[in-house]
Design a protein around this ligand. Structure first.
Ligand SMILES: [Zn+2]
Ligand SMILES: [Zn+2]
Length: 302
């Protein structure tokens, strides 16, 4: 249980080279030992002793005692990483505490949601992956990126990884699962008629994690696009929305092919229409932006 311990105590436990080496050694040993389907391996005291540079067994025993309960779990079979141990050791191994290498500006596909120009550029700005419009000079999209994400990819693959990541996050958020900490998100649909957003979609879904305080705000149409009915509809029309970056949806909203509208109040209900050619899928969302029913429309204009 960590509930009674101050965060500074938790981090102070790691201000020691031997303890960081122990966590690293457990991760490396598990990586070496893991067999398919066996789950996380547990390491015996002697196996850790063989892998860590520590004076004697009583010193190791002391450090293991300090780490156990917070960063390590201990069973009769040995030691393995706890949730906090996993998070911290992967963070250390991937060196995600460093600064990402510089990237861009690189031209990317898609149009500006504000001015419609086909003039988007991706770059890293203050460790953030940003898409900017070079025509109206506004920021079109921005998301956090990890140094390891940048380090292991060339530019095209990096942009692709940002798209996949944002699509994965958006799908989790749609299911009210915080991508950062796993807690349940609270969700609210807010009308922003006076905003700079195109009239076609003037609602924003605000998803907030009350636990880790992370916030995710997206236009209402984008929060519906990852519903299976929409994924299937687009797939049948040759578009894999799960491989698209959110900024690549801007043209649909800008051109008014994707629209949202409030169709009922008390309780509030919203209709999102996603069109492709003459076909469309309609999704009805409740006040928590949960899709409650869907329908397909063939030849909507006819
Ligand atoms: Zn623009
Ligand atoms: Zn969270």
């Amino acid at each position: 249980m960590t509930g009674s311990r101050a965060p500074t105590d938790i981090f102070r436990l790691l201000a020691d080279d031997t303890r960081v080496d122990i966590l690293r050694a457990v991760a490396v040993a598990q990586y070496d030992l893991d067999q398919v389907g066996s789950g996380a391996a547990e390491l015996a005291f002697s196996e850790i002793y063989d892998r860590v540079d520590v004076e004697n067994t009583s010193k190791l025993s002391y450090h293991l005692g300090e780490l156990t309960g917070i960063y390590l779990r201990k069973t009769d079979d040995g030691y393995s990483l706890s949730h906090a141990g996993e998070r911290i050791v992967r963070f250390i191994l991937a060196e995600n505490y460093g600064s990402p290498e510089s990237f861009g500006p690189e031209p990317v596909d898609g149009v500006c949601i504000f001015c419609g120009a086909d003039a988007l550029e991706a770059s890293l700005v203050h460790q953030f992956f940003r898409i900017d419009c070079t025509a109206c000079e506004r920021q079109v999209s921005g998301q956090p990126i990890t140094p390891a994400q940048v380090k292991t990819r060339e530019s095209d693959a990096l942009v692709q990884s940002v798209k996949r990541r944002s699509a994965e996050d958006a799908r989790l958020v749609r299911q009210r699962l915080c991508p950062e900490c796993g807690a349940q998100l609270s969700v609210e649909v807010v009308g922003v008629p006076a905003s700079a957003l195109p009239e076609a979609d003037s609602f924003v879904v605000m998803s907030t994690c009350e636990e880790c305080l992370r916030e995710y705000n997206t236009p209402l149409t984008y929060s519906a696009v990852y519903h299976p009915a929409s994924i299937a509809f687009h797939w049948e029309h040759g578009v894999d929305v799960t491989a698209r970056g959110l900024w690549e949806f801007h043209e649909y909203v800008y051109e008014g092919r994707w629209t949202s509208e409030q169709v009922a109040s008390d309780p509030d209900e919203y209709e999102v229409v996603l069109r492709h050619g003459e076909d469309a899928v309609r999704l009805y969302l409740d006040l928590t932006a949960t899709v409650v029913r869907t329908e397909r429309v063939r030849r909507e204009s006819g």
